[in-house]
Design a protein around this ligand. Structure first.
Ligand code: MG
Length: 310
């Protein structure tokens, strides 16, 4: 048995947890999750340390190459061998940025947003405090999102309701394909509202390899629009992606409010033990079928909630 140790950012760990949702096993103390795949046992700790142990730990660790918490400066070398990496000039020019929310949360929909920002608007957005939504509290996000919308920037936000998510998942769609289609439609919506001759590029906060994105959308007879770029942690570099991340998150929060109101049960975010306990409450008080309209039912949480049903 061999092992690989990596330092991985908190949001990446949340993404990993959802990626391995069908392989989750008992979470040890101090850990965010543990998953057991045919290749390795993966344990992610709150400290950001992730341990891959087993017959082929490299196979799993290799899926998560972004193994640093540190924000590095954008280097031109990132563009080598990668035609989908944005030119550095894009961040300061007229561009569309897109991002999503709700993908790692058991309850609530996936939301995706995109915003078109012109270079002369970048400064005022920065002054407003627009930055990566992961560094903002939910209450700040709820305040900032309407302020961004008030600026009349061309934007689009889409919600994939849970019923639809669950049907697509049953049909064999991966979360990646759902996200790819949502990002693609958001961009097309914005295209309908702008003069595209003024557009220097589109930046998608990368959640899968660009060729995988292409494969997902071409399976639905769509193709990547010209001047589309992909980059992980794009919200740290592009104010358009940062604004999109705030709108997507804010939309997710309001959808969660609506679902909680409708059920009369406050639905927690994330996919923690508290979520498992709430699932049990929903099942006992409203019936298991209720989950279809408010949860991503294929997550391991559905099974784990059984422990709380006596
Ligand atoms: Mg993102």
């Amino acid at each position: 048995m061999s092992q690989v140790v990596a330092a991985i950012s908190k949001d990446k760990i949340i993404e990993m947890k959802s990626f391995y949702s069908t392989y989750l096993t008992n979470t040890p103390q101090g850990a965010i999750f543990r998953a057991k795949t045919p290749n390795a046992v993966i344990t992610a700790y709150h400290s950001g340390k992730v341990l891959f142990q087993g017959s082929n730990p490299e196979a799993e660790a290799g899926k998560w190459p972004e193994s640093s918490n540190k924000k590095s400066s954008y280097k031109k070398t990132q563009r080598l061998n990668n035609s989908y990496a944005p030119p550095e000039s894009l961040f300061g020019s007229n561009h569309i940025g897109t991002d999503e929310a709700g993908t790692g949360d058991y309850f609530g929909p996936i939301t995706v947003a995109g915003v078109f920002i012109k270079k002369e608007q970048i400064h005022s957005l920065k002054t407003m405090g627009v930055k990566d939504s992961k560094n903002l509290t939910d209450s700040v996000i709820r305040k900032l999102a309407p302020e961004i919308v008030k600026l009349n920037l061309p934007y689009s936000s889409l919600v994939l309701p849970n019923e639809k998510y669950n049907r697509l998942q049953e049909k064999g769609w991966t979360q990646g394909k759902m996200k790819a289609m949502l990002h693609h439609h958001v961009i097309k919506n914005i295209f309908g509202n702008i003069d595209t001759t003024q557009l220097d590029g589109i930046l998608i906060d990368q959640f899968c390899e660009p060729h995988v994105f292409q494969r997902h959308i071409s399976s639905e007879k769509e193709s990547i629009l010209e001047k589309t770029y992909f980059m992980t942690k794009a919200e740290s570099y592009s104010i358009a992606v940062a604004a999109a991340s705030i709108i997507a998150r804010s939309r997710f929060l309001s959808e969660m409010d609506l679902l909680s109101d409708k059920l009369g049960i406050v639905l927690p975010k994330g996919a923690s033990k508290k979520v498992d306990q709430t699932i049990a409450k929903v099942i006992l008080e409203k019936g298991e079928s209720t989950l279809d309209g408010c949860a991503k039912t294929h997550f391991a949480n559905t099974r784990k909630a059984q422990a709380y049903i006596k």
